[in-house]
Design a protein around this ligand. Structure first.
Ligand code: NAD
Length: 246
């Protein structure tokens, strides 16, 4: 299956390398030409254990390539993952300008059925909004689906988190898109990774709920650490016993 990943940052690069290792033909796209040049020279802009070798192996097997040419990449791909940044804007909301920029370019380019996958972390309702946005710019009037597939990897453990995730979330209201996504993640399914298929809104909410749960856990254990200092207890043992420090 031909896949394109737009945004070759932490999430996009790791996803691209791992999905090519699953046997997919992956082209990673970025509008930062220096990053793409670097990757084409065999250099990797971030350090993650095993990533350089994974990229080298799949590049050699011609299953993984890097380009700035979004139009050509979309043209040859059935599935387009959007993994660009969603930085916090001044009012605290996620800034979706990069996501919209890519969605618009994809909409204007696509000339047959595409699955457009939101991998960036986006607020609840974004898939619906992006679906409408793409419909408005769908120059060739082609059929498409928008899937929400949030990413849970942690920097420093990214490869392991992607290859052995606790779960894969697929938000979609299309059986066709769901079947394609299941195909992509088949190697994880074989490892008995839970694949949760749900609505786009629920998938988006799962990512935000998981992130805030993590923040609550950290705040909670910090409070317990302060208490431990006062009473002479060992916070590491407390956390381990509670199973909170996974
Ligand atoms: N880094 C993490 O640990 C992590 C984990 C889970 C989810 N996420 C989410 O995933 C998303 C991506 O995060 P990241 O850390 O990989 O970001 P990043 O900043 O490392 O990478 C984003 C990449 O997108 C590229 N880009 C921006 N606009 C583009 C365009 N129009 N066309 C092509 N490329 C474009 C940038 O040049 C950059 O290389 C964010 O929504 C983030 O919140 C990040």
């Amino acid at each position: 299956m031909n896949i394109c990943i737009v945004g070759t940052g932490y999430v996009g690069l790791v996803a691209g390398a791992c999905l090519s290792d699953f046997g997919m033909n992956v082209v990673c796209v970025d509008n930062d030409a220096s990053k793409i040049d670097m990757l084409n020279r065999g250099e990797v802009p971030i350090y993650e254990m095993g990533l350089k070798d994974l990229i080298a192996r799949n590049t050699k097997l011609e299953r993984l390539s890097f380009t700035t040419d979004l139009v050509a990449a979309v043209d040859r791909s059935l599935v387009i993952f959007i993994g660009v940044g969603t930085p916090e804007s001044n009012d605290g909301r996620a800034d979706l300008k990069y996501v919209r920029e890519v969605a618009r370019a994809v909409a204007e380019t696509m000339n047959d059925y595409k699955v457009i996958v939101l991998k960036s972390t986006v607020p609840v309702g974004t898939a619906k909004e992006i679906r409408q946005f793409i419909s408005q710019h769908n120059s060739n009037g082609v059929d498409f689906d928008v899937v929400s597939n949030p990413e849970f990897l942690r920097e420093g453990a990214a490869l392991n988190d992607f290859l052995r995730p606790d779960r894969v979330i697929i938000g979609s209201d299309s059986e066709r898109a769901l079947a394609i996504m299941r195909d992509i993640y088949r190697p994880l399914y074989l490892l008995e990774t839970p694949i949760v298929s749900t609505s786009n809104e629920t998938a988006e909410m799962i990512k935000y709920a998981a992130n805030t749960m993590l923040a609550v856990k950290i705040t909670f254990i910090n409070e317990i650490a302060n208490l431990c200092d006062k009473v002479g207890a060992d916070v590491y043992d407390v956390a381990r016993a509670m199973g909170i420090m996974k």
